[in-house]
Design a protein around this ligand. Structure first.
Ligand SMILES: Cc1cc2nc3c(=O)[nH]c(=O)nc-3n(C[C@H](O)[C@H](O)[C@H](O)COP(=O)(O)OP(=O)(O)OC[C@H]3O[C@@H](n4cnc5c(N)ncnc54)[C@H](O)[C@@H]3O)c2cc1C
Length: 356
């Protein structure tokens, strides 16, 4: 039940950033309504949001120079870690071991800023590296069952009194519609332009190919970064493992070729029995777009055609779950700033009126 005097914030987007922002806003005392065309639990949710039936694993793409992204990712890691320790089965987050290999490491990778964020970070000895790999890191991280985690976020949000409204929109400002009480929006959707302006097109397409196999012996995540590709193995709680590759260019490789390559980095995959030992349960090819300049987390003030001034706090363009708590914490700070700004606006009108 909403009890605070803070206004209602409309959050656009019912995926991980929408729910995380919404939960933090409610904790701050705002009334929150999430608006989206698809919600977790919908029968076709996984078709529309394929990432939500794979697995995530905390890893950072923040460069040494990007202090903001580093903070988002480090803050999120702390929260995921606490969830894994206290609420593993409800939230679908577990603690796991991770190996990261680089074929041609950059300076950032040789001296990663995040080595003190994750527990047990160590550089793997050269003689222990798989063939063709120049650098390897071993560390402890969190593995996220995205479907379960999203369901958990939604349950938290609803149990705190949050509201959901289903609507297919053409632009973010459709939230306003004929409702004159909308003054603050949080935008957690990559797919929608704000108003009549063009969609933010500063993004690139990534092509993903992945297989789910039965391999309960795999208890570690493995990632391999090459110049033009990222290969990964993410174990899930149910004894299955997601194995895949993502690239900037489309490519076709059959299951045997890809799984064979991965077995070079994780021999336990086949126990030396060859590809026939692997039971492939599912396979898919998908594309995802990522924002070239990283996520957008900032305030924008707009005057609607009806003359209402409103704030839009952007929190979109993220490439993975790893920044969700940190960037949403920042979004809440921005909403507080926007509220103070809008309040000052209305106060100054009251001041003018009082001088009449
Ligand atoms: C195929 C694929 C695989 C991925 N694999 C991984 C992975 O393994 N690990 C990982 O961490 N990340 C992965 N990602 C990236 C990760 O999914 C994204 O970072 C994450 O989904 C971003 O979530 P978001 O909250 O920003 O919302 P988005 O995914 O951008 O969701 C947008 C929300 O806005 C709503 N919306 C959109 N358009 C409209 C409209 N017209 N009207 C009303 N509502 C609308 C939607 O219903 C949705 O709720 C993958 C992404 C894809 C596509």
């Amino acid at each position: 039940m909403f009890t605070s005097s803070l206004p209602c914030v409309h959050v656009v987007g019912a995926n991980v950033y929408g729910y995380t922002s919404a939960i933090l806003l409610i904790l701050q005392g705002y009334k929150v309504t999430i608006i989206a065309n698809h919600f977790p639990g919908d029968a076709d949710y996984a078709c529309n949001y394929p990432d939500n039936h794979v697995n995530s694993h905390w890893q950072t793409e923040a460069s040494t120079a990007d202090a903001h992204l580093q903070e988002y990712d480090a803050t999120s890691f702390k929260m995921f870690w606490n969830l894994a320790k206290c609420k593993a089965s409800e939230s679908g987050i577990i603690i796991g071991s991770s190996f990261k290999y680089y074929q041609s490491p950059t300076d950032d990778q040789l001296n990663p800023w995040w080595k003190n964020v994750v527990p047990g970070f160590e550089t793997i000895q050269n003689h222990e590296l798989p063939e063709g790999v120049q650098l390897g890191h071993h560390y402890t991280t969190v593995l996220i069952n995205t479907k379960r985690y999203l369901g958990w976020l939604q349950t938290q949000f609803l149990s705190m009194g949050g509201r959901q409204r289903r609507a297919a929109m053409n632009k973010i400002l459709d939230v306003v519609g004929d409702q004159d009480h909308v003054s603050m929006i949080v935008n957690c959707s990559d797919d929608l332009p704000l108003g009549t302006d063009a969609l933010d097109t500063s993004s690139q397409t990534i092509y993903q190919q992945q297989y789910t196999v039965q391999a309960s012996q795999i208890r570690k995540a493995v990632q391999v970064k090459t110049k033009d590709e990222e290969l990964y193995i993410y174990p899930r709680m149910d004894g299955t493992v997601v194995i895949g590759s993502s690239r900037r260019k489309q490519h076709d490789e059959n299951a045997t070729q890809l799984l064979n390559r991965m077995a070079d980095y994780c021999p336990e995959l086949t126990w030396g029995k060859g590809m026939d030992a692997l039971n492939i349960i599912d396979q898919e090819k998908t594309t995802k777009s990522t924002r070239l300049h990283g996520p957008r987390v900032e305030n924008q003030f707009i005057v609607t055609p009806l003359g209402t001034r409103l704030s839009v706090t952007h929190n979109y363009g993220h490439d993975g779950y790893q920044s969700s708590w940190g960037s949403s914490k920042c979004a809440v700070r921005l909403v507080n700033e926007a509220y103070a700004n809008l309040k000052k606006d209305s106060q100054s009108i009251s001041e003018l009126l009082s001088r009449l």
